[in-house]
Design a protein. Structure first.
Length: 372
């Protein structure tokens, strides 16, 4: 009987602890739930319960600044805005001068050191940014880099069906991030997995492996892992590691087709520079080349470097950039250099600047052209 009483007591304590934990997250018990964001036909409303705030402002990536929110019943602050065009936007609140995220919105993305709430406005442009019915797998394998002298982490996407078809091999896209990013940038902000899942499911893209390395040569992994970094000063060290270490690692540890015609490389901004540099230094490795929002600088060696790529042969040279992007001038340099060297290519100009608004669009566009 004593044992039964002891067990009952323990269960009662555990139950009360569980209830207490739930209580800690029960804001405004008895009040109507706070819904944020709430998308209507042509508007979107954001709300924040802030009992002791003297002012609350709204800051969105599309609003051009901070906007005043109004205090309502039960100290719920709100703002109703016209619904922006279909895309992924980020936002946060500013409460008495302090930036805070929306506690009602679990959709967030990390941009460097900032975690921001996401607003996905539905429409044709964003239909491939949401979850598909059949989803691939995103993993984070580690490889040893003798060139950089550290153990480093990759993000690797394998398509739906990869595990179920152990004899099938796949082509590979090496997808590179920009300055301030890391191996999580394309999967977090770029929606790479969702875009590939949707394109493959619809039959618009070939099933492929996507490798997203960390382009900061002194980093072992994203800063969220809190691993010490080192100084790497050797020019092209990362590009050399990419081609001579990462590519062989992938082809040894994943079912990748080890052929030039089954390798693509693309990158945005800094990653676009890595893309052009890798293909200049190693023209026999990639058949699909897609620099984004980067271009190239004119130099005395540029024509001979491009001729090396032309001689090696390639299947696609696809260049994307926003016409108001600061990289547009260098993109025009690359376009003219490719033209005068007789190299077939696609220039894909878009509206807007140096933002993920464009880079998601580019991946959603050129991925359909790979390995065909």
């Amino acid at each position: 009987m004593k044992k039964l009483a002891l067990i009952a007591g323990i269960l009662a304590i555990a139950g009360s602890l569980s209830a207490q934990e739930l209580t800690n997250f029960s804001f405004g018990r008895g009040a109507a739930p706070v819904i944020s964001p709430e998308i209507q036909a042509d508007s979107v409303t954001f709300r924040l319960k802030a009992d002791y705030a003297t002012y609350v402002k709204f800051s969105g990536s599309w609003t051009g600044g901070q906007l005043e929110m109004r205090r309502g019943e039960n100290n719920v602050w709100s703002i109703k805005l016209p619904l922006p065009s279909p895309e992924i936007y980020t936002y946060n609140f500013v409460v008495d001068g302090v930036a805070v995220n929306d506690p009602q919105n679990i959709q967030v993305q990390r941009d460097g050191t900032r975690f921001l709430n996401m607003l996905i406005v539905p429409g044709e442009r964003t239909e491939n940014y949401n979850e598909a019915a059949h989803r691939g797998t995103v993993s984070h394998p580690w490889y040893d880099s003798k060139i950089l002298g550290i153990n480093r982490r990759l993000t690797v996407y394998t398509p739906y069906g990869y595990e179920a078809n152990p004899k099938q091999k796949y082509p590979v896209l090496y997808l590179l991030h920009g300055a301030g990013g890391d191996e999580e940038a394309w999967s977090s902000m770029g929606r790479a997995a969702q875009i590939l899942d949707n394109l493959i499911e619809k039959g618009l893209a070939k099933p492929m492996i996507v490798v997203m390395p960390n382009g900061n040569p002194g980093q072992q992994a994203a800063g969220t892992l809190n691993i010490p970094t080192k100084q790497v000063t050797e020019q092209d060290a990362y590009v050399k590691s990419l081609v001579t270490e990462i590519v062989p690692f992938i082809e040894k540890n994943f079912r990748a087709i080890p052929k030039k015609e089954s390798r693509a490389i693309a990158g945005l901004s800094m990653g676009g520079g890595h893309t052009t540099r890798a293909t200049i230094l190693y023209p026999d490795v990639f058949d699909y080349i897609c620099p984004l929002s980067s271009g190239i600088r004119e130099s005395a060696e540029l024509d001979s470097q491009l001729q090396g790529i032309k001689k090696a042969g390639y299947k696609l040279y696809w260049v994307g950039c926003g016409t108001s992007d600061f990289a547009w001038a260098n993109t025009e340099v690359l376009d003219k250099a490719l033209t005068r060297n007789g190299m077939t290519h696609t220039l894909y100009p878009s509206e807007g600047g140096h933002t993920w608004y464009n880079w998601r669009l580019y991946l959603n566009t050129f991925a359909r052209l790979l390995f065909k």
